[in-house]
Design a protein around this ligand. Sequence first.
Ligand SMILES: *[C@@H]1O[C@H](CO)[C@@H](O)[C@H](O)[C@H]1NC(C)=O
Ligand SMILES: *[C@@H]1O[C@H](CO)[C@@H](O)[C@H](O)[C@H]1NC(C)=O
Length: 380
Amino acid sequence: MKLLLLPSLLLLSHWVIANQFTNPQVPIREAQISTPLLRLHKALIEIESISGNEHEVGKHLVSYLESHNFTVETQDVPAVASDQRPRRNVLAWKGKQRKTRTLLTSHMDVVPPYWPYKREGDEIWGRGSVDAKGSLATQIIAFEELYAAGGISEGDVALLFVVGEEQFGDGMKKANDLGMSWDTVIFGEPTEMKLASGHKGITGLQITAKGKAGHSGYPHLGKNANAMLIPALHALLNVDLPWSEKYGNTTLNIGRVEGGVAANVIAEDAKATIAIRIADGPPEVVQKIVLDTIQKAGEELDVTFTAGYGPVFINSDVEGFETIVVNYGTDIPNLEGDHKRYLYGPGSILLAHSDHEHISVSDLESAVEGYKALIKHSLK
Ligand SMILES: *[C@@H]1O[C@H](CO)[C@@H](O)[C@H](O)[C@H]1NC(C)=O
Ligand SMILES: *[C@@H]1O[C@H](CO)[C@@H](O)[C@H](O)[C@H]1NC(C)=O
């Protein structure tokens, strides 16, 4: 992080000095540079859009794109339990030609909790500043700048912003009903402005234990669900899972454990939810190993897996870009079709999802150029 911060601090101090010479009256805060890119990024972050609550940010995107002369189409995605208001994917293009060769896409939802927008010199803080409103804003600006400069025209590029990426990928899965196909799809997620050459697969599981409640003084009259669950979890901590040169180890995270009601009551129910990041092979292989491990632990437990997918190959054959392998999941496997796919965006995944999510202005600006280069490459 230090390495990343230094150049931006230097840049800022240059700018402050220059500014003091030209206009000593302007307080530094007010004078902070605001460009169309930074204004759009700010507006997107200021609208809370935790998965399920994408209604308002979707509306904002539609009005922004319409007022910038895009042709805009929306696609309803079923509401999730917590919010009954409509959530919509947003598809936009220039002129009359809906079919384009290249698609730029990212997601408008963010993970909880909400953190407000805050500008601190060259840094922009707030939920979504990295994941993925940094990608979203830079994709739009890259498109607009290229279009204005005559670098792309009608029929070349479309934009698709989906809901629900952070939860079930239901937005992108729904986008398969748009009846569209593209030669190239450029997915926007934080990759530190490198081209991802692949990402790990994922599968999830829930283990539930059903015991029998009773007074803790008479354990033989009940059956403790926590005691049934714990040996299985312990065994999973030590299980050997497939690995690969490219993706490293398959990793297993026991993300949530719940069980029982009080210290003096035999626990009747217990459950654990687990996410597995797959480094090799299809999810079925990992699922079988996990299931065998749980069975060997010797208790009668219910195990349900989410379908999941194995490691995902991503194209990264563009000159001038560094490459990276990432451990997170994306919407890439949720979009059907045999398009070329790229994964690229500003910011670090290590900051995304954290309480200190932030991005630098210079990274946003560089990503605009990065997207332009990728678009041009895709249209060659
Ligand atoms: C939108 O198109 C109209 C009519 O062609 C033009 O006058 C206007 O400047 C355009 N606005 C933007 C933001 O490009
Ligand atoms: C993968 O797991 C092995 C064995 O558990 C460990 O020694 C190694 O450091 C791990 N590799 C990485 C990249 O974490």
